[in-house]
Design a protein around this ligand. Structure first.
Ligand code: HEM
Length: 196
């Protein structure tokens, strides 16, 4: 299969790193709908200290925070496997496999799959280090009524792994992704929480 997942090293654009650089640019200022609190410190942002990553522009309270955010993005698993384009391709191909598999497709009979694709994309992206946080249900609540077994989990995880392999994602990255997915198992299977 053609390799459709590519690194996205060029997609982080530093819009402005120097305070004041955009201060006179009213058009840009009116345009920009950015966060009011710095994602690193939670302090109020400087509106002209911003960085664009994929679809969003993020504002920071200092140049150092902007740099830190940039560093975190570049080192995230999400970024390394190819960001939004890669996740979209993976989840779309993954659910084709899931729905073609009689061992698990009955779980999705009454599920709005368009919505499910979007939710899974958002969840996996956040879990792998996208800067957009997951705002849906926690995994325990989302699967609480499904009475899933270890085997069900293995089948679903297996389809995800196979999809990543077919998309020729680097073997080491696949391992890392599957570790993150594996970390949801207790919640998805509604097992008692481990005490600290
Ligand atoms: C492998 C790890 C899994 C992850 C990361 C995962 C992730 C998700 C997410 C993000 C949602 C949407 C939650 C929301 O509505 O906010 C969801 C819902 C759902 N998941 Fe999973 N899931 C996993 C395993 C499974 C398994 C093993 C099954 C069944 C074999 C399954 C079946 C479903 C179904 C049927 C829904 C829809 C529930 C509803 O809308 O009522 N999931 N899952």
């Amino acid at each position: 299969m053609q390799r459709i997942i590519r690194p996205i090293a060029t997609s982080i654009a530093l819009v402005s790193l120097s305070a004041g650089a955009f201060a006179a640019d009213e058009e840009k200022a009116a345009d920009a709908k950015v966060n009011e609190k710095c994602p690193i410190t939670g302090k109020a942002v400087l509106p002209d200290c911003t960085l664009k990553y994929e679809d969003n522009t993020y504002a920071f309270c200092s140049v150092d925070c902007c740099k830190q955010f940039n560093k975190e993005r570049k080192s995230s698993l999400y970024h390394k496997i190819g960001g939004k384009v890669a996740i979209n391709a993976t989840v779309d191909a993954f659910y084709k496999k899931v729905l073609a598999d009689d061992r698990v497709n009955h779980f999705f009979e009454d599920v709005n799959m368009r919505r499910q694709h979007n939710k899974q994309k958002a969840f996996i992206s956040a879990a792998l280090g996208s800067p957009v946080p997951w705002t849906g249900k926690d995994m325990r609540k989302a699967h609480a009524n499904l009475e899933l077994t270890e085997t069900d989990f293995g089948v679903i995880a297996g389809h995800l792994q196979k999809t990543l392999e077919e998309l020729e994602v680097d073997e080491k990255l696949i391992k890392e992704v599957m570790t993150v997915v594996g970390s949801t198992k207790d919640a998805v299977l509604n097992r008692p929480k481990k005490s600290a």
